[in-house]
Design a binder for this molecule. Structure first.
Ligand code: ADP
Ligand code: MG
Length: 617
């Protein structure tokens, strides 16, 4: 409990004692009334004060106003115990609510307990503990067994297994050794690691994730907007209703004023919309927290809500459905030796992050001299051209060869083919093949089971490779040999073909040159591990462990969260409506009304906090 909550608890207890004394003590009427007024003042002064302050600011209709009017009205009718009891119940409800909200927020921050406290830097052979923010790019940090890796970097010495569960939800530890990339927020489980830092703290994976989770509540779901709007019209409507209820029967039918004013006040108490106002944002917050436990980072309640209506899923191929690590299966030079052709390709691809480039560098395996390469041009969907030892080398697909004016020929082997031209002369090709991710076929199947109408694959790769991958995975539609703007065109065409206007088009990519498509789709999803920073920024949802099957899980979490939200709306409005009716007919007392209100709120908040555990089954 926070200090504020403790103070509130003390006020509630003090007020309860005063109220009990006022009700039970065999004292004079005046003393008992004074005790009850004191009980009211102790517990309710801030509500009345807030109501007055809001009226002065011109924001009249909120729950403080409703409670203040109802209880002061009860005093005017000389119903002292009633006024004090209603205020007491109301404050008990508020306390519970702030406690429950605080608790779910805390459990999310605990889930996200990835912020490193310190980093060990080696200076003159001695270890020094510093703030992770003080570590510069290029510094060597030492991470002992059991410690959190504070910054993103590359292992330069040591072997260990790292636990990435907090970031990716993946429970199997990953083996790392010299040369492996590691990301901040993981736990180093066994050995001592020396890591060369590659990104400053602000740029590191942990900072990005924490920022994302912290800002996610600012992007509100429709259901949340609905509640805000609802409260704006609802409260004034209720106040007008209460005024009519108080005046019409006595004026027109000559009924007793005190009975009808009393009913009107009860009506006001019941109308307080706090259960909805609180439980719906809490549900979305919990759903986002629950998803992050599985390595699914959702950037706002609106995306979590929209995901449940997914109609079409469009996938990028390389790095999304396939691993993006290619094996060289053949090297077919014209005149060069195989080794020289591979070296030329690796040199040209030296500075690129494209999965093909990484794989070719890996296949070549030897040190590359960066000073031999200059004037690198990466052409999306084509390949790369660069000056190597003074000659113009192009490495890429047939389209690039056409541009370079080289007379190329296709290879008889299946696989992605990287052709090479030197000074416009064709020098042969390297055939590489990628592997489909182990969970990709299951991911497509489970999307179908979730009711996704159509799955589509877009790729810049050749027709043969693209179509065989799509067929192996059971994807409905495949479009191949696309340039990045061709992908955008396809997505626009698919956006125009929706079966229902509310259906959502989801695009999933690894982020290498698909940031434009990510932002064009209704919901853009990026693979977080391999993906580029630009894609993670353009995306609405990030899958930290790069598994396509996480998408199906994300949709399931979205549906579960929405189910809980709908339950809360139906339940709170249902009970409210019933008690309002009873109150208007004089069948519910003011105490019963506030009791129902607090009860509904408690149940709604408890139900909302179930979203923290969504996706767990
Ligand atoms: P995908 O749509 O499958 O993610 P890309 O759009 O990244 O593929 O690339 C499409 C095609 O362009 C590749 O299959 C390859 O033929 C060629 N290409 C792109 N970048 C490179 C590169 N760095 N080196 C060689 N070829 C490349
Ligand atoms: Mg790609």
């Amino acid at each position: 409990m926070t200090g504020k909550q403790k103070k509130m608890l003390i006020r509630i207890l003090a007020s309860a004692v005063l109220l009990a004394a006022g009700l039970l003590l065999p004292a004079a009427e005046g003393i008992r009334s004074a005790l009850i007024i004191a009980a009211y003042a102790v517990v309710g002064w801030d509500v009345v004060w807030k109501a007055v302050r809001n009226i002065l600011r011109g924001q009249v209709f909120d729950e403080n106003f409703l409670m203040a009017v109802a209880t002061i009205g009860a005093f005017c009718l000389r119903e002292f115990p009633e006024a004090a009891e209603v205020m007491l119940f109301y404050q008990i409800g508020e306390l519970f609510q702030s406690y429950a909200v605080g608790r779910s927020r805390r459990s999310i921050t605990e889930l996200m307990d990835i912020r490193p406290d310190s980093a060990n830097i080696e200076r003159d052979g001695l270890l020094e503990q510093v703030d992770p923010e003080e570590v510069a790019v290029g510094d060597i940090i030492v991470v002992k067994a059991g410690e959190k890796i504070p910054l993103d970097g590359v292992v330069v010495e040591g072997n260990s297994s790292v636990n990435t569960a907090a970031l990716t939800g993946e429970s199997l530890p990953r083996e790392v050794s010299a040369g492996s990339e590691v990301i901040s927020g993981c736990i180093n489980q066994s050995g001592l690691l020396r890591i060369q830092v590659q990104k400053g703290f602000e740029e590191s994976t942990v900072s990005k994730i924490l920022e994302l989770v912290e800002t996610s509540s600012s992007k509100k779901a429709h259901a949340e907007h609905f509640i805000t709007k609802f409260a704006r019209y609802y409260t004034p409507a209720v106040v007008i209703g209460a005024a009519l209820l108080a005046m019409v029967p006595p004026l027109l039918l000559g009924e007793s004023w005190s009975v009808w004013v009393q009913r009107a006040l009860t009506f006001l108490v019941i109308s307080c919309p706090c259960a909805l106002v609180i439980s719906i944002p809490l549900s979305f917050f919990g759903g986002i927290g629950g998803a992050s436990r599985h390595g699914i980072l959702v950037k706002g309640g609106n995306y979590l809500e929209a995901l449940a209506r997914t109609e079409t899923v469009v996938f990028d191929k390389t790095g999304t459905l396939t691993r993006g690590t290619f094996q060289v299966t053949a090297v077919h030079p014209e005149e060069y030796s195989r080794e020289d052709l591979l070296e030329l390709a690796a040199l040209a691809e030296q500075f690129s992050d494209h999965p093909i480039s990484r794989s070719l560098r890996g296949a070549y395996g030897k040190e590359l001299d960066p000073s031999r390469v200059s004037g690198v041009k990466e052409i999306s969907g084509h390949g790369i051209c660069a000056q190597i030892d003074g000659r113009e080398v192009c490495a890429g697909n047939g389209k690039l060869m056409d541009q370079a004016g080289a007379s190329w020929h296709p290879c008889h082997r299946t696989g992605t083919t990287v052709h090479l031209a030197v000074d416009g002369r064709y020098e042969g090709h390297i055939v590489i093949s990628d592997e489909i991710k182990p969970d990709a076929a299951e991911a497509i199947a489970s999307l179908k089971r979730q009711g996704v109408r159509k799955t589509v694959m877009l790729t810049g790769d050749s027709k043969r490779v693209g179509e065989s991958t799509a067929a192996a995975l059971g994807i409905d539609e495949a479009h191949t040999e696309l340039l990045p703007d061709g992908k955008v065109e396809q997505v626009e065409r698919l956006l125009g073909q929706k079966a229902s206007p509310k259906g959502q088009l989801v695009f999933v990519g690894d982020g290498i040159n698909d940031a434009p498509v990510l932002s064009r789709a209704d919901i853009g999803i990026a693979m977080g591990g391999l993906g580029s920073d630009a894609a993670i920024e353009a995306a609405d949802i990030v899958l930290m462990d790069d598994q396509p099957s996480r998408l199906a899980l994300a949709i399931r979490i979205s549906k579960q969260t929405l189910r809980i939200v709908k339950q809360n709306i139906a339940f709170s409005l249902g009970v409210k409506g019933l008690v309002l009716l009873l109150g208007a007919m004089g069948l519910a007392s003011m105490q019963a009304a506030i009791f129902a209100d607090v009860g509904v709120m408690v149940l709604a908040v408890l139900n909302a906090s179930r979203t923290l555990r969504v996706g767990k089954n």
